[in-house]
Design a protein around this ligand. Structure first.
Ligand code: ADP
Ligand code: MG
Length: 456
């Protein structure tokens, strides 16, 4: 007979999308039951914490509704051996596997001169502010640096400009370097990768190129992979590099401005591999995160800023963190030039005229507006109830997310309680069709659109 926990998981399975379920719930096992207390086991700390913050309530609800009584849960971490790398589908693939035992001795005695090439000491984890907008990406980056090559391999981080992707990528490199200065960490942009590849081919140095990326590399950090989309030979080479490293259990972290599936011109076999591990997004920072970032940056540069000033900068600059840093710099530079104290009024006078950026429309903002408009709860929008009074607003919210934020279908699905991308696609089609026939619905959609994205 299945145990009480497996039964609950079984009940939850249809309510979550497969990836979410396999990633965060399936690995949690039952160790023992003592009355109302379930002792569970998670394979690592990251998974335990993520499960606790995101899925535990759901699991407790499920248990309670099955057994009509409340349960408690305690989770311990029991480390598992790292998973075996997956069998690759191309049998004729040429793979240079770097086993420590077969490494030439020069590698063992060779002391690296300093931090890995290209890494900037400013971009470490300790200067990265975590918030709801980047929580998964940041936690996964830290976990990848903790246990490289095991979980979250590859780790794929995507999102708009200035939202911290490069920072996190450097952070992984720095953390790995800090723990083991002998680790061969290779960091570069996809553009540099392409340039080096082209040069290597031209100069007949392909063996060195191949050794550098496929053999002498313990961790590969590639920034802005979208750059190689459509560049067939570079994609082909990257594919081989990926396979060689993955097969050897080496950590790969990749960033991009969008999800793999949305990269036009990217080979299918490559996008599928980029999806093998964890795909995590970074979103524009919310107000609290923006304030925290300003305060941290100011403290780092020995600037004194009152909370009021931090708040007024955070309110005026919303689009991304790079803009935020620029704004802080502008404000302090002007203040020094004019020899005045910085206060909220001064911030407005400096940034008010130049703050051209409109607030970005976020998925959260859309959910909030739609929930308020139809008097439903945000949790209902993210939930599973199919009642029309809820499913209509949910579909409208999904449709507006696609229209106004340009987020991908899988991403929207994830933010609506982990729904499948096909659900989102269907919702968008339904709303488009309904809006043609149903005037009330059309008016509601347009009113929400006007409220969320007012025209100047
Ligand atoms: P992206 O690669 O996504 O375009 P970057 O990583 O280059 O963005 O970030 C732009 C700037 O913003 C960098 O100076 C980075 O340190 C800073 N930054 C971004 N996100 C954060 C964050 N969460 N905490 C602290 N600084 C951040
Ligand atoms: Mg970047």
């Amino acid at each position: 007979m299945a145990d009480i926990w497996s039964e609950a998981l079984h009940g939850l399975e249809p309510r979550l999308d497969r990836q979410t379920f396999d990633m965060w719930l399936r690995p949690i096992r039952l160790a023992s039951v003592d009355g109302d207390l379930l002792q569970l086991r998670a394979p690592n700390r990251f998974l335990k914490e993520w499960f606790e913050t995101h899925y535990l309530d759901l699991a407790l609800d499920e248990l309670e509704s099955r057994h009509e009584r409340k349960f408690k849960v305690a989770i311990e971490v029991v480390e598992e051996a790292p998973p075996e790398p997956t069998e690759l589908s191309r049998p004729h693939l040429e793979i240079v596997v770097d086993h420590p035992a077969t490494r030439p001795t020069t590698h063992q005695v060779q002391q690296p001169a300093g931090p890995p090439r290209g890494l900037h000491p400013r971009y470490r984890f300790d200067s990265f502010i975590k918030g709801g907008c980047n929580e998964l990406a940041a936690s996964a980056a830290m976990a990848a640096a903790d246990e490289p090559g095991t979980r979250f391999n590859p780790l794929f981080i995507y999102g708009g400009v200035g939202l911290g992707k490069t920072h996190l990528l450097h952070g992984v490199g720095y953390e790995l370097y800090r723990k083991d200065p002998n680790l061969r960490i290779v960091y570069l942009s996809a553009e540099q990768f392409m340039n080096e590849f082209v040069t290597a081919v031209r100069n007949n140095e392909f063996d060195q190129f191949r050794a550098r990326y496929r053999r002498d590399c313990d961790c590969l950090l590639i920034d802005d992979i979208q750059f190689i989309a459509g560049r067939d030979r570079t994609m082909d080479e990257f594919f081989h590099v990926f396979n060689a490293l993955y097969e050897a259990g080496k950590q790969i972290v990749v960033t991009a401005d969008r999800v793999p599936a949305d990269m036009a011109g990217m080979e299918e076999r490559l996008t599928s591999r980029l999806n093998w591990g964890l795909v995590a997004d970074v979103q524009p920072p919310d107000l609290e995160t923006r304030i925290a970032i300003i305060q941290t940056k100011a403290a780092r540069d020995d600037l004194e800023l009152s909370p009021q000033v931090a708040l007024s900068i955070a309110e005026l600059v919303r689009s991304n963190v790079r803009e935020l840093e620029g704004a802080l710099l502008r404000v302090t530079a002007f203040a020094q030039l004019r020899g005045v104290e910085i206060d909220a009024e001064f911030v407005r006078s400096v940034l008010g005229k130049t703050a051209t950026d409109k607030p970005p429309i976020t998925i959260e903002a859309i959910q909030k507006a739609v929930a308020a408009y139809f008097s439903v709860k945000i949790s209902e929008l993210k939930g599973k109830r199919r009642h029309r009074g809820i499913s209509r607003p949910r579909m409208i919210a999904m449709y507006l997310c696609r229209q106004l934020t340009g987020s991908s279908f899988p991403e929207i699905g994830m933010r609506f309680g982990g729904k499948d991308h096909s659900t989102v696609i269907n919702a968008c089609k339904r709303i488009e069709a309904l809006a043609q026939a149903d005037e009330d619905l059309h008016a509601a959609v347009e009113s929400l659109r006007g409220q969320l994205a007012p025209r100047d």
